[in-house]
Write a protein that binds this ligand. Sequence first.
Ligand code: NAG
Ligand code: NAG
Ligand code: NAG
Ligand code: NAG
Ligand code: NAG
Ligand code: NAG
Length: 474
Amino acid sequence: MIMASRHSWFMHALVSVALWPCKAQHSFKLPMNRVQRGQANAFGNAFSSLAPVSQVKEFAYTVNITIGAETLEHIVDTGSSDLWTVSNKCTDTDCQSVRKYQYLSSSLVPSHDPFKLNYLSGSVSGDINFETITIGSYEVSHQVFALANKTENLSLSTTGNSGIMGLCFAPSASIPPTTGNTLMDNLFSSLPEDKRYFAIKLGRDSVNDSSSSLTFGEIDTDYARSIDDFAFTPVSKDGTTDYNFWKIPLRSLTVDAATLDLSPSLVPGAKSPIAVLDTGTTLVLGPTIDVDAFWGMAGPSGSARKNPISGFWEVHCNRSIAAGFVLGDKGAEREYFVHPRDLSWKDGGQANGWCLGGVQANDGVNSGDWLLGDTFLRNVYTIHHGATSTEPPKIGLLNLTDPSKADSEFRAERGIESSSHSPNALPVHNRLTQAATDSITSYIASSICGFMGGAVLTTLFRARALVMAKGRRV
Ligand SMILES: *[C@@H]1O[C@H](CO)[C@@H](O)[C@H](O)[C@H]1NC(C)=O
Ligand SMILES: *[C@@H]1O[C@H](CO)[C@@H](O)[C@H](O)[C@H]1NC(C)=O
Ligand SMILES: *[C@@H]1O[C@H](CO)[C@@H](O)[C@H](O)[C@H]1NC(C)=O
Ligand SMILES: *[C@@H]1O[C@H](CO)[C@@H](O)[C@H](O)[C@H]1NC(C)=O
Ligand SMILES: *[C@@H]1O[C@H](CO)[C@@H](O)[C@H](O)[C@H]1NC(C)=O
Ligand SMILES: *[C@@H]1O[C@H](CO)[C@@H](O)[C@H](O)[C@H]1NC(C)=O
């Protein structure tokens, strides 16, 4: 539990945001790297001959930010709201060999208040501090952030990032708002109302893909001509009293132009399923009933299967799926196509002609009904617009994947799935006990979502018990 600082009003007053004058003239794009987050092996090698896609790789997107005098790489996470960095006081194996904050700056102001953030299968803790943060062309003085002296199960040493930069709403932060505004709020409040946003494009193709883009207060003209190109939807407040996540209605999915209607939302008051946009989650995660129906449509004739050992949906690496996500308010919804490469996701894991499916089941998503992670987000250019005096916060989406072009690219790279009805070749695995099923569930929750997804999961995990008690979707 974090206690609010008595000096909070004073701390607020000290924050100032400056735009570096030399860089203000031209568009400033923050270089963003796509890095592999180490390998997760579901059940050890003993199962590998039975569980073809047992090596599941995750990726994350990182940017450099300068904290005081030190530049450190941070994962960009639109599904959490705190900024934290490991300090040289962290001696755990988990944080070994990553660059750490060395206390080189005289502008650091410690608060001595403790910080702790629990993820589903890991945690980070330390204390709360204030420091000058430079991100791209912006310099925020006296920004509240946490220095971590302990991290557990976060695999920092394999990913190489020194911390996480959360870019979500303040109610989702662990550092209490009375201590200081989030980095996002401080950046937004320094911008004129019509530029109070950040825009993200995630690269697909390879590690260190230079086609990723993150900009504050302006769009990257490589991907859009103007802000008018985007379709905007107000951020949903369903299930909460204040804006907590970047979430909007997901009306349906489409497969080969056929519509897949979704099961009713579990979010109190929501008229349609709610999707949370989250760069910190690798995959698209949704309710089992809908995800199973999706793969039923997307993988006919045995070209998709739910691996009973890992619990993951897998699909032939040569199966080109034409699928879309229909997002937005009723009457203003739009369909966003997903590249077949993100659905038959070779990078995520492959074996014997099977690739990891880019959409997976997870009934523990309680920040909304669906988590739209990187396998969806790579297909859109997204504006995250803060509230203005006249409008609530809103999400702008611009479609970047042309389905017919994507299909030709996929076929040129992977070949074409034959229409023959090949039987599902997975051996029946009778050792799959209830205990194994339990570990599958926790593996999916903890490893597929990664720790950022875990943050989202943990935040509302308590709410899940209530939902289940009402006897709704199980
Ligand atoms: C961060 O800076 C380091 C050192 O200059 C560089 O090697 C790395 O590629 C940068 N990362 C990003 C995401 O720009
Ligand atoms: C870290 O992972 C291990 C093994 O999965 C688990 O036993 C432990 O409880 C985890 N620690 C935290 C803080 O979640
Ligand atoms: C980490 O920081 C917290 C909060 O200041 C402190 O209570 C704890 O003893 C520190 N732990 C280590 C290992 O330095
Ligand atoms: C990606 O960048 C990192 C750090 O900048 C570097 O160590 C690594 O070799 C690069 N990987 C590729 C495939 O270029
Ligand atoms: C597609 O992949 C599956 C699984 O590896 C294989 O059985 C099938 O022959 C492939 N189809 C074509 C046309 O290559
Ligand atoms: C995006 O959608 C618009 C409107 O449907 C369409 O004209 C445009 O071609 C699409 N862009 C891509 C890259 O497919």
